[in-house]
Design a protein around this ligand. Structure first.
Ligand code: AMP
Length: 274
């Protein structure tokens, strides 16, 4: 990867990187297209990173679809697909981790204690290997984006991180590689997460500024459904991800639920003008 990069991007100004775990869908495609529009050279990485899965999580059964992924990258005119080997990325004597503190400890970090450390370690390695001028991430994983933005700032990484919008199905359900884990009826109930966040956004648009009331509005939409556990549903400052009491500025509504043993996360950003 480094030899290729030195040859193709000696000035370090042309590469756009889209890091993924493969099983590419329209969400990933939108990131690739955005990179294609803005960068001379597009690199997509496919790597199911064991470090970011907890011991009881789905590393083993995470979907792997390399030939379809390569076909997708070919269709999108990707210049290089980087598929690192597990033992090359993490040789036996590997012993360094990269961890972001406060931002990575709340919300997803509380539910999945090792997760972000795995993400920040692999993303640091990918950024060092590819040295992209820009790296593209989806709003679907908004906290992940915030954590990576912090990492890039704190460690003086010479890459611009770009946030790309969440791609959804026509009813609003956010695309995810894990969506196939659930039955049709579970998927219908999981859709209430997006509906709850939308109710929160509508309440804010209607003038509500008390976070507890907006959160109550959102919870009501979810409570109506059976067999669904709520991990969190909160109004936060979009930069720090701290929970707010009075809503102002740019707010992110964050939510995570579990249904049939599968977790779903989603979020909406709301800009409050006054
Ligand atoms: P993953 O393969 O799940 O690790 O995701 C790779 C990248 O694709 C991350 O930056 C995700 O945020 C992004 N992504 C996943 N799903 C979507 C979606 N529905 N819309 C936009 N970006 C997405």
């Amino acid at each position: 990867m480094q030899v290729w990069r030195r040859r193709h991007d000696p000035l370090g100004t042309s590469i756009g990187l889209v890091p993924t775990m493969g099983a590419l869908h329209a969400g990933h495609r939108s990131l690739i297209q955005r990179a294609r529009r803005t960068c001379q050279t597009v690199v997509v990485s496919l790597f199911v990173n064991p470090l970011q899965f907890g011991p009881a999580e789905d590393y083993g059964r995470y979907p792997r679809a390399q030939s379809q992924d390569l076909a997708c990258c070919r269709e999108e005119n990707v210049d290089l697909v980087f598929i690192p080997n597990l033992n090359t990325l993490y040789p036996q004597d590997f012993q360094t981790t990269v961890a972001v503190s406060t931002l990575a400890q709340r919300w997803e970090g509380e539910q999945r204690p090792e997760h972000f450390q795995g993400v920040t370690t692999v993303v640091t390695k990918l950024l060092n290997l590819v040295r992209p001028a820009r790296a593209f991430f989806g709003q679907k994983d908004y906290q992940q984006f915030c954590v990576i933005r912090q990492l890039v700032k704190d460690l003086d990484v010479d890459t611009r991180v770009i946030l790309c919008p969440t791609i959804r199905e026509s009813d609003g359900f956010a695309l995810s590689s894990r969506n196939d884990y659930v039955t049709k009826s579970q998927r219908q109930r999981a859709l209430s997460l997006y509906q709850a966040l939308s109710a929160g956004k509508a309440a804010i648009a209607g003038g509500l500024r008390r976070a507890d009331l907006v959160e109550k509005n959102m919870a009501k939409v979810l409570d109506a459904r059976h067999g669904l556990a709520v991990d969190y549903l909160a109004c936060c400052d979009a930069r720090t991800l701290e929970p707010l009491s009075r809503l102002r500025g740019t707010v992110v509504l964050l939510g995570a639920i579990r249904i049939g043993g599968v977790r779903f996360i989603d979020n909406l950003i709301v800009r409050i003008r006054r």
